[in-house]
Design a protein around this ligand. Structure first.
Ligand SMILES: Cc1cc2nc3c(=O)[nH]c(=O)nc-3n(C[C@H](O)[C@H](O)[C@H](O)COP(=O)(O)OP(=O)(O)OC[C@H]3O[C@@H](n4cnc5c(N)ncnc54)[C@H](O)[C@@H]3O)c2cc1C
Length: 572
């Protein structure tokens, strides 16, 4: 070989090495998922990292999932890149907000969890009465931020629940009977879809997606990175109340409650809570104590069964939200809402000795100027959810009471009143279907230990409880309380809206890439991300999985070897 040929070979070798260095592996993306995630500059926790046990679980720890990695993006672009990394490596991207999914839907096996906890910004426009909030905010901090400007929204009571999870389920809360559910407050959503695109969904743009995001179930249509919400001024006058009753009056109180509550005025939010020892009613009324008395006196609820009412009409708005969390029913514990980004103690569900949460305050992400909440217990519980129409006979009431008396200790039921404005709304106003014709929702809950054998009796009890009550229900269950026992769960969760929801799901996620629901389809080889709006730094957009990358890498090594051999043989 002449010196000119050798020169060209050496130049070719240099060029190949140069391209290889900058493109990592030619011509595809990264050889490993961690490399791809690293390039997105997103914080990530892996199974051998300190803090892994804490990272992989949410608030409900009965089901232990085994994700591959938990990531914490801080902006929409990172979410987009993470979805692309997941697609490149044929791994399910699973969004997580508050982590309250009963069955661990926000932390699936072999998935790339996209935990949006740091995407919790709140920007309020008092003139338009709107707020743009991050898809990772929890409800407690959201209530506090809105309260600062004199506003609020309607959503769940529990401050650690995520806004995105609540909207995806529907989001029933204080004053839903007057203003609707959380999803009804959404004006617009920024969504990273399964193929990595960013869409803005509202009434004009992608209206079908906009419809489905509000109550159609979490993690199926895309990952919501930002919500634009309509906000409402904090109600000027209100009373929170609690009525404890003697247990002997169970039937009388339940009958009075059942026959009256759903048809009562919209300004009243009211629930009946019972266990094997206690019965009580608690509520929130948009008016003063006197008006509350005028409302309840004719019903008789302040007089029956040795009623012991407590009422407060002087709470702050935040104090009244905390009232429902406080066992002592006071209004001075607003700090219970200041739950930060990581509100849970070290009870991971795997080591029984760590079951009790540290009695320490939450530190990360708490809002300045407010005391911080204490770290909370993660829960090992089993729940059942059922909706009822108004009709229920005395025999049915007797069935409810008999089952209640047989509850295991620690179990309870909460009967929440629907009706009000929801009664006037069509089932398909949004994907959340429980509006007209729905009078009550019942949540049954039994505490568990996490040990399958000792938990047997409690699980059998809740199953038999459901068997007794399900025939009295309207057949629906709330997707926010996912239940692994249900066959065809989606028909329970979405009823008449199911076909439309499925249509939207297959339109926006045709290859079932997301689908964080109860039925996880097997991964297919057809996942090829269509990259819109930019790639992760230094990464080519390509539909290349792990094995393809390996082939490319080996081919690359072979080319270098051949060039080297040519140069060496030419030198002899
Ligand atoms: C203690 C407790 C109290 C509750 N109280 C109420 C109540 O008062 N009213 C009520 O209506 N409901 C209530 N719920 C139900 C609750 O609203 C739902 O379980 C809700 O889905 C939880 O949301 P999360 O973000 O906390 O959970 P996660 O487990 O994080 O998410 C739930 C689902 O939404 C998906 N998801 C999460 N973030 C996103 C996102 N950004 N984009 C798209 N999908 C996403 C997840 O993948 C998962 O499938 C309660 C639940 C618990 C455990």
């Amino acid at each position: 070989m002449g010196s000119i040929e050798r020169f060209w070979y050496i130049l070719l070798l240099c060029l190949t090495l140069f391209i290889g260095t900058f493109a990592e592996f030619i011509p595809g993306s990264y050889l490993t998922l961690p490399k791809c995630i690293e390039a997105t500059e997103t914080t990530a926790t892996y199974p051998n990292d300190p803090g892994w046990k804490n990272a992989k679980v949410g608030e409900r720890i009965r089901f232990q999932r085994k994700p591959l990695v938990v990531t914490y993006p801080i902006n929409t672009t990172q979410v987009q890149w993470l979805v692309q990394c997941a697609n490149s490596f044929k791994v399910k991207p699973v969004p997580r907000n508050g982590g309250h999914s009963n069955i661990g839907s926000s932390s699936k096996d072999n998935s790339l969890v996209i935990d949006l906890s740091y995407m919790d910004s709140v920007v309020i426009n008092v003139v338009t009465q709107t707020a743009v909030v991050g898809g990772g905010i929890r409800l407690g901090p959201l209530y506090i931020e809105l309260d600062k400007a004199g506003f609020t929204i309607i959503s769940a009571t529990c401050p650690t629940v995520g806004l995105s999870g609540a909207i995806s389920s529907g989001g029933f809360g204080l004053q839903s009977r007057k203003y609707g559910v959380s999803g009804d407050f959404v004006l617009e959503a920024e969504v990273v879809t399964a193929n990595g695109s960013i869409l803005i969904a509202n009434a004009e743009s992608y209206p079908d997606l906009f419809w489905a995001l509000r109550g159609g179930g979490g993690g199926k249509f895309g990952i919501v990175t930002q919500w634009k919400l309509k906000i409402i001024p904090i109600w000027p006058k209100f009373t929170v109340f609690n009525i404890d009753y003697s247990y002997v009056g169970f039937q009388e109180v339940l009958l009075l409650f059942w026959n009256w509550a759903y048809s009562s005025i919209e300004d009243l939010s009211v629930a009946f809570v019972f266990s094997n020892k206690e019965i009580k009613i608690h509520g929130h009324f948009l008016g003063g104590q006197k008006d509350l008395h005028n409302l309840l006196d004719p019903v008789g609820l302040f007089k029956v069964a040795n009623a012991k009412p407590k009422k407060h009409e002087d709470c702050t708005h935040l104090g009244s939200r905390a009232y429902f969390l406080d066992k002592d029913k006071t209004c001075d514990k607003s700090y219970l809402l200041n739950v930060g980004n990581f509100p849970f103690g070290p009870n991971y569900g795997e080591d029984p000795s760590l079951k009790t949460a540290e009695i320490t305050q939450v530190t990360e992400g708490v809002l300045a100027g407010y005391a911080a909440a204490l770290k909370q217990q993660r829960e090992v519980v089993k729940t059942k959810s059922m909706f009822f129409a108004k009709e229920l006979s005395v025999e049915n009431i007797t069935t409810i009471i008999e089952r209640a008396k047989a509850m295991p200790d620690g179990a309870y039921a909460e009967l929440t009143t629907y009706g009000g404005i929801l009664e006037t709304q069509l089932t398909d106003l949004t994907a959340f279907p429980f509006r007209n014709g729905v009078a009550y929702h019942i949540l049954l809950e039994v505490p568990l230990s996490g040990n399958d054998i000792t938990d047997g009796p409690a699980l059998n009890f809740i199953t038999s409880w459901e068997e007794a009550l399900r025939p009295l229900s309207n057949g629906g269950s709330y997707v926010g309380y996912e239940d692994e026992d249900l066959e065809n769960p989606e028909s329970f969760y979405f009823g008449k809206n199911l076909d439309k929801i499925k249509g939207v799901e297959s339109k926006y996620d045709p290859n079932n890439i997301l689908d964080a629901g109860q039925i996880a389809p097997p991964l297919t080889d057809e996942r090829c991300p269509f990259v819109v709006g930019g790639d992760p730094p230094g990464r080519r957009s390509a539909c290349i999985g792990t094995n393809d990358n390996l082939h490319i890498y080996l081919t690359y090594l072979l080319i270098i070897t051949l060039i080297l051999l040519n140069i060496l043989s030419a030198s002899h």
